[in-house]
Structure formats: structure tokens, C-alpha cells
Design a protein around this ligand. Structure first.
Ligand SMILES: [Zn+2]
Length: 387
């Protein structure tokens, strides 16, 4: 038995457990929660709180499961502020700028990459994120992808091999040879440090991969024991979403341009639609239609896609505000997508909700209700609660 801590004075607790309270958020007013050894051991009304060794009173604030950011690219060096500035002046985004991050990342030392990664993870935690997925994809050689994933594994178990991010400059015009490298020696070197494999499936980009190349990479990853995720339908209605559903991927990410067949596939399959509205904000692009996906019956997650090119925000509250303002989600739906939805996209049941046995990953708001996340955009209300 470890030390027990009661978190009390919770004005509104979001549990995402409908058995514990009304709405899909499982809301409990005037709540308390007891934690032992990093796990929730009791949750309920504050007036019924059992004895505990320590007590943290949050003074009427709202508490929710820590955000689950299921899509981020955090291991990189360099800066692309100038590319952002040019984009705001009218230069369209096509993924070509990734090459400059690849050059800077290859040139950086392990300690430089480690320091930058730690800073970004701390920045996320300070905004309420307690689980983050981290992808490789700025090394694009066997050694640089493998070291990226070793560094990522130091901060999260949710590591994703993205050797098929773009075709690196030295393989220009030789996509087939690069796909063979990714699905062969690079995968073998990266699989020990990776839980997932991902591919940027985008026939509309001259830098990314078509459906056949994506299938080759994903099936090789699956044979190596990795779970599947896909960058799908970001720039055009390509084959990515249907490939993700067909192969049983945990998540199809972006889903900006969807046909009716894509929506039907997501609604009928076991693949989560992960929406990344920070990308549309930062590339001045049309937002995905989250309402259409939810109304069809798909499971929707929200994530940041934090990366130095298309979207350099680490803020899940910002993404929630965008989802409500720009994508037709109710505040409750956006909060669910940023917590339980992210957990579903990572096939986790121990995060993204608060019930007996889950991890005690808590976010606290300087606000009385989760509604303030969208109601007060840009205000730093959320932080991870140290228990
Ligand atoms: Zn991404």
C-alpha cells in the first residue's frame, strides 16, 4: 500500500464514464478523487470522500482527464518561422519545407534533440497534456530514424516510426528504392523503439507517398509487430482513409478531404478519425467537417500535430477552441475528443478517462467548467495537476 492522496474541492469533474454521471462526459459536481501509486482508487461526491494520507484542495476548479495528444512530431531541430510567414503571404503548403527540418535534425547532436524534446513535452504538460504520441520522420536515414525513436522512447511509450514522412532529397526520383529501405533495414532498426508505424499517404504532394507505397510500408510494419496509423486525406481525397480502415489502423489522421465512401468507412470500421485543426489554422486551409463524421457515427479524436512546419502549437485547449468555433463540435464533444478520443486513437483504456483503476493523469482548469476551454480561447486555463 502506497500513500493515498485525495484531490477534493473539485467543482466539476469530467470522468468520461457515463456510469459516474450525466452526459458522455460522466460529469460529477462537487467531486473528489483518491489516488494511490499513480492510479485512481476512488471517485465520487466530495461528501462521501474516504480518509487519505494527503489532501489537495483545488478550490472549486474543474478537473478532467489529462489531454491525450495522439499526434505530434517533437524530435527535430531548426525553425521554420520564415516558411510560416511566407505561407501567410500566400505561398501554399505542400510538405516541401520538411526537407529543411531534416537537414537541421541530422546535423543536431543527441543532447540538442533531447533538450528541445524535453522543452516541448514540458510545454504540453503546462497546458494539461499528460499523454503524447511522438513520431520520427525528420531523420530519414536508418541511423537518424533509429536515434529519433530512442530519444522519443525516453519521454513516452507512444512512439511512432514515420520513415515514410517524405522522400528525402538523396532519393529524389527513386521513390521505390526509398520505400524498400523504409520497409526493410530502416524498419528493422526502428521497430525495437516503436509501438506504431505511420505513413504520409498523399498522392497530391510531390514529396509524400501514394496508396501502393503506403500499403507496402504499413503491411511491413504490421508484420514487424507494430500498430498502424496513417496521415490521410490532408491535401486531397486520396486513398489514405480507406487504406487505414482496410488494414485495421488505430487512427486515420487529418481527414480534411473526405468522400462519402471515406466517411462510411470510418463510421463502419474500427479506425478513429483524428482531426488536427491547428494545421488548417496554420496553413490557412479549410477545416475538416467534424460534424459530418460524428453524425455518421465515426469516433473522432483531436490532436495538435505539433511540428515545426505545418502547425507549431502544443496546445490542446487551442485545438478544442478551434474544433468548437470552426468544425461544428459542441464544447463537450471537443473535450471528449481531446481526452477519450485521443485514448481510443492510441487504443488505450487507462488514460483519457477517470475511474477506479485508470492512471491518475489529471488536468485542472482555472475555471469552474470544461466549457471555458472553448469559451476563453487563448487563455492559459489548463495545466497538468501533480498528485
Ligand atoms: Zn503529422
Amino acid at each position: 500500500m502506497g500513500l493515498t492522496t485525495v484531490v477534493t474541492g473539485i467543482g466539476e469533474l469530467v470522468t468520461n464514464e457515463p456510469a459516474l454521471g450525466p452526459t458522455p462526459l460522466g460529469l460529477v459536481p462537487d467531486a473528489a478523487l483518491v489516488v494511490e501509486d499513480g492510479r485512481v482508487v476512488w471517485v465520487g461526491p466530495a461528501r462521501e470522500t474516504p480518509q487519505a494520507d494527503r489532501r489537495i484542495d483545488v478550490g472549486g476548479r474543474a478537473v478532467l482527464p489529462g489531454f491525450v495528444d495522439s499526434h505530434a512530431h517533437l524530435v527535430f531541430a531548426g525553425d521554420r518561422a520564415a516558411e510560416f510567414e511566407a505561407r501567410m503571404a500566400g505561398t501554399p503548403y505542400d510538405g516541401g519545407g520538411i526537407a529543411s527540418t531534416v537537414r537541421a535534425t541530422r546535423a543536431a547532436s543527441d543532447d540538442e534533440l533531447r533538450a528541445s524534446l524535453a522543452r516541448l513535452v514540458a510545454e504540453m504538460r503546462a497546458q494539461g497534456t499528460t499523454t503524447v504520441e511522438v513520431k520520427s520522420g525528420y531523420g530519414l536515414t536508418v541511423d537518424d530514424e533509429a536515434r529519433t525513436l530512442r530519444l522519443a522512447r525516453e519521454v513516452t511509450p507512444e512512439t511512432t516510426f514515420l520513415g515514410a514522412h517524405v522522400v528525402p532529397a538523396e532519393y529524389a526520383g527513386r521513390v521505390d528504392a526509398y520505400v524498400e529501405l523504409v520497409a526493410g533495414p530502416m524498419l528493422a532498426a526502428c521497430a525495437p523503439s516503436a509501438r506504431w508505424i505511420d505513413v504520409f499517404c498523399e498522392p497530391a504532394s510531390p514529396h509524400a507517398f501514394d496508396g501502393d507505397a503506403a500499403r507496402a510500408v504499413l503491411t511491413a510494419g504490421r508484420a514487424a509487430g507494430l500498430g498502424l496509423r496513417v496521415h490521410a486525406n490532408q491535401l486531397s481525397a486520396g486513398p489514405g482513409v480507406r487504406l487505414a480502415v482496410e488494414l485495421g489502423a488505430a487512427s486515420a489522421d487529418h481527414c480534411t478531404h473526405l468522400t462519402d465512401a471515406d466517411v462510411d468507412a470510418l463510421a463502419g470500421g474500427g479506425t478513429v478519425a483524428t482531426l488536427l485543426p491547428g494545421v488548417e489554422f496554420s496553413t490557412r486551409s479549410p477545416y475538416p467537417d467534424a460534424r459530418r463524421l460524428l453524425d455518421a457515427g465515426a469516433t473522432v479524436a483531436l490532436a495538435t500535430d505539433c511540428n515545426p512546419g505545418s502547425c507549431f502549437t502544443s496546445s490542446m485547449p487551442f485545438c478544442i477552441a478551434l474544433a468548437v468555433r470552426e468544425m461544428g463540435l459542441a464544447p463537450a464533444e471537443a473535450v471528449w475528443a481531446a481526452t477519450a478520443g485521443g485514448a481510443a486513437a492510441l487504443r488505450r483504456t487507462d488514460v483519457g478517462r477517470l475511474a477506479v483503476g485508470t492512471r491518475a493523469d489529471l488536468a485542472v482548469l482555472d475555471a469552474p467548467t470544461y466549457r471555458h476551454l472553448a469559451y476563453r480561447p487563448g487563455v492559459p486555463l489548463a495545466r497538468a495537476l501533480e498528485v
